[in-house]
Write a protein that binds this ligand. Structure first.
Ligand code: BGC
Length: 724
């Protein structure tokens, strides 16, 4: 048996052996990722048999199985890696578990559950013959106009890094060679969410210092967590497309951070250098740029193949440079055991694994913890005994597409708008109905209006329904057309006739509970002021309605905290909490300085009291890890979970640093009346600043350590720390 086919030598040894047998064409083939939906079946087969494509994306089940069989029959029999956008569950496949969006689950602040969700997705995708998900998104969600905010873990680099590391662990499991592990892909490297004006895939004007301070840290955490692949974003940074940036890919990601997996471009980034960004006159030039910059796999730029073969044959690109990329790809293939076992779709297994009881249970637990109670005036929630009839009103009350959000079989790869979800789903209406029936409450429903189209409305009809009920639950927000790639919004107000609908419902005099079903924070100060209670559910997936209903009726005590801040007005952006201090306060004369809701905020049905903040040392050096301790008492009537947050401010620093930065958190369950001492480590080396020369330095001096229930000053206890 050829050495590389023998499973005993290490992956490194097998890579060396295989590489020595490969032609230039076979090597370049390994760098190709073909989009299954962009080619005919014959072309797909040719890509395997004639050009040795290393990877396909969006080929599922039997299609993937067929291509993999073909790959085994080629000269060297190098298996294909199949990738998919399993972004919140393996949701492009109807019937699989659909989790809440990444933004939604980030509000759980529960790493453990997020890891479990990653595991579920891995098992389901692996059963479908897939090896790789293009997830998680590590973009920092700061410009809410951007259409892909729903895909982020919110606005804070530290929280993003922690939650990303958790989901990566979940996807990749204990070992990549386990048949139910899949590769994670941290994306979109780098600062992709920061493009000018929140306009998707555009230029980003950030300095390298700022990149190191804000945008690189989550990627560093992902690399440290062992993330196997990283995707280079669509955007340019200060005029250089990321896929053409040697500095960002080779120097920083591979050499400095020590990333040893492989880099994949985003969808046709190589072509974009020619057609959109125009930094290359033709494909040869684009291919040269992306190879030199350090991309290892080329997503959906099929013309790259001929150009790259030519560049190597003409000696313009050294073969050693191709070898470096191919080694990385092959190393992962060997590490996954793709040469040694068949990891293919097993329809029988799929039916057994998809949305099985265990997976549904993980989904329900994470959905419950992801919902954030934003308002609860006079304890309007949970609904009390006096309620006999509820009016559920609004365009998102019974719309599973809006509730699912982006990256499900409704939106990708081809929209199939009328497909009915196979796995059980609960819209808000369905969830409220099911629980109401159990306790003998009647539920009335009216759509009221459309999300976008102002002509589709029957506000009078909705009011008639509201007038018959004891309480109104209005379910509003945004829709699929307002979220996703290229769906950036200039206006974050409620669209269509939703605002009018709400105002009329308020005028009915009935208690008004608002459930927000939306991809991202909207500008809803009226709702904050006028609704008796507000639940933010974002895109809560298949079980959103069930979990929201449990909260509404008090079966579950809400514990979600915002991972992202809410503006008063689109023009007030950005409103993220970790802003720099400024001379005139960094605010507008016609807007409040604070957001409507801040990062870290979220209510519970119980109340918590923080006291006795102590530091294990008040004077320390850079190498220390100190303990931040605080007493937390559940002062209310029921058990509840609270997320204790640590923020730090560097009082005087040689560059301007944020007014506060999250450096730790812990979510804990605490019984009514109980007091717990919460002990959290704080690594002093994490208190670094990035100097104008791009060096990381912990500067001696005084720091304020703040601990509490949100990023707002009023919610934080403070202590002083001196670093020598
Ligand atoms: C997106 C990526 C995604 C890729 C493959 C691109 O348009 O930017 O996030 O993984 O398509 O579907």
């Amino acid at each position: 048996m050829n050495n590389y086919q023998n499973s005993l030598p290490s992956p490194e040894q097998r890579v060396i052996d295989l590489l020595s047998r490969m032609s230039i064409e076979e090597k370049i083939g390994q760098m190709m990722q073909i989009s299954y939906n962009q080619v005919t079946r014959d072309e797909a087969e040719d890509w395997v048999t004639k050009r040795h494509a290393g990877s396909f994306l969006h080929a599922l089940g039997d299609d993937a199985k067929h291509l993999q069989e073909l790959s085994k029959s080629t000269r060297l029999g190098i298996p294909i890696i199949f990738g998919i956008d399993a972004i919140h569950g393996h949701a492009l496949h109807n019937g699989a578990t659909v989790f809440p969006s990444q933004l939604s689950i980030s509000c759980s602040w529960n790493e453990k559950l997020i890891e479990e969700a990653g595991r579920v997705t891995a098992r389901e995708a692996a059963a479908d013959g897939l090896h790789w998900t293009f997830s998680p998104v590590l973009c920092v969600g700061r410009d809410l106009r951007w259409g892909r905010i729903n895909e982020t873990f919110g606005e804070d680099p530290y929280l993003i890094g922690v939650l990303a590391s958790a989901i990566i662990k979940g996807y990749q499991g204990k070992s990549l060679s386990d048949s139910d592990s899949i590769l994670a892909c941290a994306k979109h490297y780098l600062a992709y969410g920061e493009s000018i004006g929140g306009r998707d895939s555009y230029d980003t004007e950030v300095s390298l210092r700022k990149i190191r301070e804000t945008f690189l840290p989550p990627f560093k955490m992902a690399v440290d967590a062992g993330c196997a692949t990283i995707m280079a974003g669509y955007e340019s940074i200060d005029g250089t497309p990321v896929s053409a940036s040697k500095k960002l890919l080779r120097d920083i990601l591979k050499d400095e951070l020590g990333f040893n997996g492989f880099v994949v471009t985003d969808w046709n980034n190589t072509g974009s250098l020619v057609y959109n960004q125009k930094v290359a006159g033709d494909m040869d030039c684009a291919a040269k740029k992306v190879i030199e910059a350090g991309n290892d796999m080329i997503m959906n730029t099929n013309k790259f193949y001929d150009s790259a073969v030519k560049l190597v044959k003409e000696g313009i690109i050294p073969e050693a440079m191709i070898d470096e990329a191919v080694k990385r790809v092959l190393f992962i293939k060997f590490s996954m055991g793709l040469f040694d076992e068949k990891r293919q779709a097993e329809t029988a297994k799929m039916a057994h694994v998809f949305n099985c009881a265990e997976h549904e249970d993980v989904n329900l637990r994470i959905t419950r913890e992801s919902i954030v109670l934003l308002e609860n005036k006079k304890n309007a929630l949970p609904l009390g005994n006096g309620v006999r009839r509820i009016a559920v009103i609004g365009p998102n009350a019974d719309d599973i597409k809006a509730q699912f959000g982006d990256w499900t079989f409704f939106s990708h790869p081809d929209p199939k708008p009328d497909t009915v979800p196979l796995a059980p789903t609960y819209t808000m209406l369905a969830g409220i109905k099911e629980l109401s029936e159990k306790i003998g409450i009647e539920v009335l429903y009216h759509q009221g209006c459309d999300i976008m189209d102002t002509k589709v409305q029957d506000i009078k009809g909705a009011l008639d329904v509201a007038n018959k009920a004891d309480v109104v639950i209005a379910v509003i927000g945004d829709c699929l057309a307002q979220n996703g790639e290229g769906k950036d919004r200039a206006d974050l107000n409620l669209s269509g006739a939703q605002q009018r609908l709400l105002e009329e419902l308020k005028n009915s005099g009935k208690p008004l509970i608002v459930i927000l079903v939306n991809g991202k924070p909207l500008s809803v100060p009226w709702v904050a002021n006028n609704a008796d209670a507000v639940l933010e559910t974002f895109n809560s997936g298949a079980l959103g309605g069930k979990a929201a209903a449990e909260i509404i009726f008090g079966e579950i005590n809400p514990s979600g905290k915002l991972s992202i801040s809410f503006p008063y007005h689109t023009g007030q952006l950005p409103v993220y909490y970790n802003q720099l201090p400024g001379w005139h306060g960094g605010k507008y004369m016609d807007m409040p300085e604070e957001p409507v809701y801040s990062f870290g905020y979220g209510l519970s049905y119980t109340s918590f009291k923080y006291s006795n903040l102590t530091l294990s040392q008040t004077s320390c050096s850079e190498s220390d890890i100190i303990h931040v301790c605080v007493d937390l008492t559940n002062t209310g009537e029921i058990d509840g979970a609270e997320t204790v947050q640590i923020y730090v401010n560097d009082i005087v620093s040689s560059v301007v640093t944020p007014i506060k930065q999250l450096k730790g958190f812990k979510k804990i369950l605490i019984k009514k009346g109980e007091t717990k001492t919460v002990d959290m480590p704080l690594r002093i080396s994490d208190l670094y600043i990035v100097t104008p020369d791009e060096e990381y330095v912990v500067e001696p001096g005084e720091f304020t350590i703040m601990v509490g229930s949100s990023s707002m000053d009023k919610d934080l206890l403070k202590a002083s720390l001196t670093v020598k």
